[in-house]
Design a protein. Structure first.
Ligand code: SF4
Length: 771
C-alpha cells in the first residue's frame, strides 16, 4: 500500500532526465559501434558524458580500450552532501560567486548528532551544540536553492534512497557511502567537496573510466542469511583494495529475489573494498519500493526503458556485455558472516567464528550491540530484528549487552513507531537513538565501564570498523554483521554464541530464523513535519551566516599557485608505517565540529599515523631530535616557510571521501604525498587541493627515506605544464649527506595538472566563474 506523499513532494524534479540520457546513449553507440555490448555501468556513465567524442575517442583509447584508460568528463544529475562535508563544499562553492547551483542538490544533517541516551535527549542537545553550523548550512541552502534536510530528518544515504536515487541517475555525494544509491540502479559516487563543487558549478567532473567487476548472483537468500552477508563475504574475497578502479555491477537471476533496500546495503559496503561505486540493474524489487516512496511515475518510465529492445535499454546490461572480472555468489548456500576487527575485509563465516575468536584471543563477551545506520536500517532489517526480539521476549529474555537502534530516516522511524516495532525494541531494553550517524561516526558517549585502551568488543550492523571509529578507543574491536545476527547475539552478550545452532546460554531457548517484511503493509508514515526539507528554490536575499569570530566556521583563503620552478628543499615531515586511512589523517569524533574551520581542524592532522621509525603514534621528530605531535611540527615548519612531504605505504587515504584529509596537509604546507599506493578518492582529493600524489616505481625505496630527509623534484614542473606528460624523479638528500634518486609515478591528468598549477581546483573554478 502507498501512503500520501509529504507536502511539497515533487516527483518531477526527482526523475532522471531519461530523454536526454537516451539521446546520449544513442550518441555513444554511434561512436563505439552498434556491435559493441555495454555493461550497465558503462551505459549509465557514458550517457552522462559532457562530450562523448572527446572522452571516448581522444588519446590512445580511440574508442576501444576505454576502461582503465579514458578520462571521462561527466555531468552528474544531482549532488548530495552531509553536514560535516557540506560545510567545506559550500565554503568552496561560495567562493565561486554563483547565484545558484547548476544541478539539484541536497544537504543532510546527520553526522553531527550524538547517540547516547536516546533521540529525545540527544537531538535537541546536538542541535544546540552545533547551532551555528546548522544555521550556516540552512542559510546557504536557502540562498543557493539546495534542499535542506534538518537534524533529525535522517542519514544522507537512507534519505537519498527514499527520495532521489532512481534507475539510470548519476549523482555525486560528499560521503564515501554514496554508492548506497546504486541499490536503486543509480551510479552514485562518493567524492570530496571540491568534486561536488564541479557539479554544482556545471564544470565537467573527471573520472578515469572504471573497469567493471561483475558479481553474478544465483539462488535465493533464506533463513539467517541476509543481503549484508553478500557484501561481508565479498569483502573477504576482494579485500579493502580489491575493488579499486572498478565499478561493481551485480547481475544474474539472484538479483530478482532481493529487496531494493537489501540491494542498497550491498552497494553501500562496496565502499569497503575500494570500488568506485556499485549498482544493480532495474529489478522487480525496485517497483514496490518506488511506489511506496511516492515515485510510481519513475517506476513506470524506468520499466518501459528496461523493457525496450537492445540499443535503447539504458537500465540493463547488453547481452554479451564483458566484465573485466566475474565473481559468482550462490545466495542459496551463503552463510552469515562476521567481519573484523579493525578492518572490514577480515571475514569469517558464522560457523567458524567461535573458533576464530578463541584462536585469536579476541574478547568472548561484547558490551554493546548496535543496529541500524545508513547500512542496515530498512523496514526489512528492522522487522527481521524485531521478530528475534519478540521471540526472546516471549521466552522472558532480555539482551545481555547494551542494545542500540539507529533508524536511518524519519520516514523509517515514524513507520516503525506506528507499527510498534520501536516499542518492541524499547520494551526489551533497547535504546532508540536519533535518526543520524551517532555511534557510527564516533558520536557515541559510551556509558558502560570500558576504559580507554582496554580491549573490548562491540557488534554492529554498520559498515566500517577502523580502530577508534565508534568510541575513540583504539582497543575496541568492532565486529560487523547483519542486524539480525547483532540482535540475536546481543541476547547472549557473547562473541562465541552462534544463534543458528546454540541455545542462549543457561536456557533451553533457541532462536528460529528471523522473518520480516520488505515494506510496510500500510505504506510509509511521513513522521514529524519539522523534518521535511526546505524547498530547493534560490533566494538571493538570504544572508549566509558566518560569524567572523567563530571557531567552527572560517571563510576559505585561496592557496598560492605552484611556483615557477621545481620544488626544492622539501622536508620529510613523517614516514607513516602501515594503514593510513582518512580517519588517520583527519580524525572524526570530537573533531567533526571543526569541519568548517580549516585552521582549527588542522590541529588533528595525521594524529593517528604510526611513526615508521619508532612505532609511536602522532610523534614527530624535528632535525634537532626534539619530538612533538605531528600538527605541531607541521605548524612550526609552516611558520618557518619550510614545505614538506609525507611518505607512506599502501592504500594511503583509504576509507572515505573526507577532503579535509587533503586540505589539512595542504594548509599546513604539505606539497607531496609519496606512497606505495593510494585510495582513489583520496588521490583525487589531493590533486584538487594542489598536493601532488606520487607512488614509488620501486617500493623498496620506501626504506631509503627517513623523517627530516630533504627532497627536491625533477620533471614535476614540466609534467604539470605539459598536462601530465612526463615523469617525476625525486632527489633524496639524507641528513648524512648521502644522496639517492627515487623514480616515481603519477596519475595527473591534464585538468589535474591545471589544479596543481593554479594552487587548487577551486582557484581554477573561481577564475572561470569570474570570466
Ligand atoms: Fe553516517 Fe556511518 Fe553511514 Fe557514514 S557510514 S553516513 S557515518 S551512518
Amino acid at each position: 500500500q502507498t501512503s500520501s506523499p509529504p507536502p511539497g513532494f515533487d516527483v518531477a524534479i526527482r526523475t532522471p532526465p531519461y530523454p536526454k540520457l537516451l539521446r546520449k546513449l544513442n550518441e555513444v553507440r554511434g561512436i563505439l559501434g552498434a556491435d559493441r555490448s555495454l555493461t550497465l555501468a558503462e551505459k549509465i556513465l557514458y550517457s552522462h558524458l559532457d562530450n562523448p567524442e572527446e572522452s571516448l575517442l581522444t588519446g590512445t583509447n580511440n574508442g576501444k580500450d576505454i576502461r582503465g584508460a579514458a578520462n571521462l568528463k561527466l555531468k552528474p544529475d544531482r549532488v548530495a552532501m552531509q553536514d560535516a562535508s557540506a560545510q567545506m563544499a559550500l565554503l568552496q562553492f561560495m567562493s565561486c560567486g554563483l547565484p545558484t547551483t547548476a544541478v539539484p542538490a541536497s544537504i543532510h544533517c546527520d553526522h553531527m548528532i550524538v547517540g547516547e541516551r536516546g533521540a529525545d535527549v540527544d537531538l535537541p542537545e546536538s542541535i544546540k551544540g552545533n547551532k551555528e553550523v546548522f544555521d550556516f548550512l540552512e542559510s546557504a541552502a536557502k540562498k543557493y536553492g539546495i534542499e535542506f534536510w534538518p537534524p533529525g530528518a535522517g542519514i544522507i544515504h537512507q534519505t537519498v534512497l527514499e527520495n532521489y536515487s532512481a534507475p539510470g541517475l548519476m549523482m555525486l555525494g560528499t560521503d564515501s557511502h554514496t554508492p548506497n544509491a546504486g541499490g536503486l540502479g543509480a551510479i552514485a559516487i562518493g567524492v570530496g567537496g571540491a568534486d561536488a563543487v564541479d557539479a554544482l558549478v556545471d564544470a565537467p567532473w573527471e573520472l578515469k573510466a572504471p573497469k567493471v567487476l561483475g558479481v553474478k548472483l544465483t539462488g535465493q537468500l533464506s533463513g539467517w542469511a541476509s543481503p549484508k552477508d553478500v557484501i561481508l563475504s565479498l569483502a573477504g574475497k576482494l579485500t579493502v583494495r580489491g575493488g579499486t578502479g572498478f565499478i561493481i555491477e551485480y547481475f544474474g537471476p539472484g538479483v530478482e529475489s532481493l529487496s531494493c533496500t537489501g540491494m542498497a546495503t550491498i552497494c553501500n559496503m562496496g565502499a569497503e573494498v575500494g570500488a568506485t561505486t556499485s549498482l544493480f540493474p532495474f529489478s522487480p524489487g525496485h517497483i514496490p519500493y518506488l511506489n511506496a516512496t511516492h515515485r510510481g511515475a519513475i517506476a513506470v518510465q524506468a520499466g518501459t526503458i528496461a523493457a525496450s529492445p537492445g540499443p535503447r535499454n539504458l537500465l540493463r546490461a547488453d547481452q554479451g556485455a564483458q566484465y573485466d572480472q566475474v565473481i559468482e555468489i550462490d545466495l542459496s548456500t551463503l552463510e552469515p558472516h562476521i567481519n573484523g576487527p579493525f578492518t572490514p575485509d577480515l571475514s569469517t563465516p558464522l560457523s567458524k567464528f567461535k573458533e576464530t575468536v578463541e584462536t585469536n584471543g579476541w574478547p568472548t563477551t561484547f558490551g554493546a550491540g548496535l543496529i541500524g545506520s545508513c547500512t542496515n536500517s530498512s523496514y526489512q532489517d528492522m522487522t527481521r530484528a524485531e521478530d528475534l526480539v519478540k521471540q526472546a521476549s516471549s521466552a522472558g529474555l532480555s539482551p545481555k549487552s547494551d542494545f542500540f537502534i539507529t533508524p536511518g530516516s524519519e520516514q523509517v522511524r515514524a513507520t516503525l513507531e506506528r507499527d510498534n516495532t520501536l516499542d518492541t525494541f524499547s520494551s526489551a531494553g533497547g535504546v532508540v537513538l536519533a535518526n543520524a550517524c551517532g555511534p557510527c561516526i564516533g558520536q557515541w558517549k559510551r556509558t558502560d565501564e570500558v576504559k580507554k585502551g582496554e580491549a573490548n568488543a562491540i557488534l554492529t550492523s554498520y559498515n566500517r570498523n577502523f580502530p577508534a571509529r565508534n568510541d575513540g578507543n583504539r582497543a575496541t574491536m568492532n565486529f560487523l554483521a547483519s542486524p539480525e545476527l547483532v540482535t540475536a547475539m546481543s541476547y547472549a552478550g557473547s562473541t562465541t554464541f552462534n544463534p543458528m545452532t546454540d541455545n542462549i546460554p543457561g536456557t533451553d531457548f533457541k532462536f528460529q530464523p528471523p522473518k520480516g517484511q520488505d515494506l510496510p503493509t500500510a505504506g510509509f508514515a511521513t513522521g514529524n513535519p519539522d523534518f521535511l526539507p526546505t524547498p530547493g528554490k534560490p533566494d538571493a536575499s538570504v544572508e549566509v551566516q558566518i560569524d567572523p569570530k567563530s571557531t567552527r566556521l572560517a571563510v576559505l583563503e585561496p592557496f598560492a599557485p605552484f611556483p615557477n620552478n621545481e620544488l626544492s628543499g622539501l622536508s620529510v615531515l613523517y614516514k607513516v608505517k602501515g594503514q593510513c586511512t582518512t580517519d588517520t589523517i583527519s580524525a572524526a569524533g570530537p573533531w567533526l565540529k571543526y569541519k568548517g574551520h580549516l585552521p582549527n581542524i588542522a590541529e588533528n592532522t595525521l594524529i593517528g599515523a604510526v611513526n615508521a621509525a619508532t612505532g609511536e603514534t602522532n610523534t614527530a621528530y624535528d632535525a634537532d631530535g626534539s619530538s612533538c605531535g605531528i600538527p605541531e611540527l607541521a605548524k612550526r615548519w609552516k611558520a618557518a616557510g619550510r614545505e614538506w612531504l609525507v611518505v607512506a605505504e599502501h592504500n594511503y587515504g583509504e576509507g572515505s571521501a573526507r577532503e579535509h584529509a587533503a586540505l589539512q596537509p595542504r594548509y599546513l604546507g604539505g606539497r607531496i604525498i609519496l606512497a606505495k599506493s593510494f585510495a582513489r578518492i583520496h588521490e583525487t582529493n589531493l590533486k584538487k587541493q594542489g598536493v601532488v600524489p606520487l607512488t614509488f616505481v620501486n617500493e623498496a625505496d620506501y626504506d631509503a627515506i627517513d623523517a627530516c630527509d630533504e627532497i627536491s623534484t625533477h620533471g614535476l614542473l614540466d609534467t604539470l605544464r605539459s598536462g601530465g606528460q612526463g615523469s617525476v624523479t625525486l632527489r633524496l638528500k639524507k641528513r648524512s649527506g648521502e644522496e639517492k634518486t627515487i623514480e616515481t609515478r603519477h596519475t595527473l591528468s591534464k585538468d589535474q595538472c591545471g589544479f596543481v598549477l593554479a594552487g587548487s581546483a577551486l582557484n581554477l573554478l573561481a577564475m572561470a566563474a569570474r570570466e
